[in-house]
Design a protein around this ligand. Structure first.
Ligand SMILES: CC(C)(COP(=O)(O)OP(=O)(O)OC[C@H]1O[C@@H](n2cnc3c(N)ncnc32)[C@H](O)[C@@H]1OP(=O)(O)O)[C@@H](O)C(=O)NCCC(=O)NCCS
Length: 210
């Protein structure tokens, strides 16, 4: 902890302050900026989800029925608090030139004592198929191992969600387990979950270029 932080904390009269938040406001990649959501993003987020609703409503529990501007505001507010808690790094995927929101990727702490993390993601439908999510998951995996000393990063998905499990496979994650009949999907059908895990940054494959 830096001296200036301790002095500032003393001036503010805080006792037993938590260590500084380990998360950056943004993580740049070669084609994206992964940025912490704020309430000002609610409208752009709502537009991105609405444009992608057919795809998202199949797989994301929060998009099962509908997605209103209030839902987007609620997510941004929750994401803001989660970021501040230092246990959860929610990000919006933005294009660097105009800031357009094209999806989301997040890193969530599973067990701080391990430490271990989980990555989740979605992409705006008209930006699918260009490797943006693979690029974002690569950046979050790197961040978890290099900056958070992670011993395990996992990605889970419905075993019917082929496009989703292609992402950890592209990055070199191990297909660790399938949990048969472990949930119900958004259609009400019994579903199996695949779990992919990585234990060391050396397993992470380089991104395809071009
Ligand atoms: C799952 C989901 C995120 C996958 O999106 P995606 O666009 O296929 O993933 P990527 O952005 O990594 O793109 C990979 C595709 O881009 C292609 N691609 C093009 N350039 C690429 C590059 N430089 N690097 C990697 N892939 C590239 C890949 O070949 C692949 O195409 P393919 O599916 O035809 O083989 C998306 O389908 C989605 O949002 N679904 C709804 C929500 C969801 O299911 N979320 C996950 C819940 S667990």
């Amino acid at each position: 902890m830096s001296l200036s932080f301790i002095v500032a904390a003393a001036k503010l009269g805080y006792e037993g302050m938590n260590p500084p938040n380990p998360f950056p406001i943004e993580i740049p990649t070669s084609r994206l900026v992964l940025r912490r959501p704020t309430l000002e993003d609610a409208s752009g987020l709502h537009e991105a989800v609405t444009d992608s609703f057919a795809e998202l409503s199949r797989w994301m529990i929060w998009a099962r029925n509908s997605y209103s501007i209030d839902d987007a505001k609620e997510f941004c507010s929750y994401a803001n608090d989660a970021f501040d808690s230092g246990t959860h790094l929610p990000t919006l995927l933005r294009l660097p030139n105009d800031g357009k929101i094209i999806g989301s990727a997040e890193l969530t702490s599973i067990d701080p004592e391990v430490p271990s993390f989980e990555i989740g993601y979605w992409i705006r439908s008209d930006y699918a198929g260009f490797g943006y999510v693979t690029e974002a998951a690569h950046a979050l995996t790197t961040f978890a191992f290099r900056k958070l000393d992670s011993n395990r990063v996992q990605i889970r998905m419905d075993s019917n969600n082929h496009r989703s499990w292609a992402i950890p496979e592209r990055l070199g994650y191990e297909w660790e387990a399938t949990l048969e009949s472990s949930s119900r999907d958004n259609l009400g059908q019994l579903a199996a979950f695949r779990i992919y895990a990585m234990f060391d940054i050396q397993q992470l494959l380089p991104l395809k270029t071009g």
